[in-house]
Design a protein around this ligand. Sequence first.
Ligand SMILES: *Cc1c(COP(=O)(O)O)cnc(C)c1O
Length: 381
Amino acid sequence: MKKKNIEISRPLTGVEEWKEIKESILSGWLTQGPKVRKFEEMFSQYHRAKYSLATTSCTTALHLALLANNIGKGDEVIVPAFTWVSTANVVLYCGAKLVLADVDKKTFNICISDVLSKITSKTKAVIPVHLFGLCVDIDKLKKGLPKTVKIIEDAACAAGAIYKNKFAGTLGDAAAFSFHPRKSITTGEGGMLTSNNKKFIIKAEKLRNHGAEISEEQRHKGPKPYLLPDFNFLGYNYRMTDIQGSVGIAQIKKLNRIIKERSKWAKFYRRELSKIEWILCPSEPKVGRHSWQAFVMYINPESSPAKRNDIMDFLEKKGISTRPGTHAIHTLNYYAKKFNYKPKNFPNAFDCQNNTIALPLHNFMSKSDYEFVVKCIKEIK
Ligand SMILES: *Cc1c(COP(=O)(O)O)cnc(C)c1O
């Protein structure tokens, strides 16, 4: 039998994206312009958010969200200890104090009681991460949170995810999405900041464009050639290009299909793998929708017949790519040294880092690919 080559992830790009890019290239307008605006409108409409701002990444969208909330030195921001490194990095970019909270092992999401125990008079924001596409229990978080503390969703994995009857991106004060190719929809690199707060968005929009009071498009297409923007504060260049915006337009049209197909196969994985007693399948919301950016399962180290890494090696040899879920921030060298963290400070995050496996789940996999993954896992005894 030919060796399989099942990738962990693959973006659903094709001729649709190609056509959109072509239009952009031929028009000669390459920086943020009409394509980005259209993508932003489509993104807002899809998620029923009032405003969307495209950025260079989710990381820069998170950075803008903190900056536009005036978060800086002396302020504290609470972040889960099990997440991609940039959720924590952005707090340090602002000069604010990083406060980590442990995660819940069943959902991989931030542990709300741990968040509430870490609130002080200096807490300005919490960044709940909808990890792998499962929304944080926002109602429960809001219930305990002082009204002055902002909720900034890290919705990097959660395009199209639904909590109760609301989309990710509309659950807190602001939200940041990622369009890295590893996420459900992609623009190569890219991100989106969403909010229902007009004042916040106006500030973030200026910060995205060097702090300029008027945009590039207004400047170049406006009737007054002598017009130069004024700059009232320190800004950044976090603009998305129209080439990326074009890809985004084609991608968001596919989002429903992407999630629908992944949900079907996630259900298949759950049905087959939940029979295995040493595997804990990912939680699914009772109401709402998981967006299935990734299918991440927990391997119980007490009952598992093999170590996590040996299981991953075994699957790799079969031609099945896997990855650990994500990082325990406090064990990353930079953070461990800077804050003198020990693994036991956030035991669940540490455990999740060491005992999770993301299985292949994407829209180029066939029925037989999924069946093969399950068959190989069942061979582990
Ligand atoms: C991917 C990811 C990010 C970073 O997204 P970029 O667009 O690459 O900056 C942040 N947080 C989480 C939870 C992620 O999964």
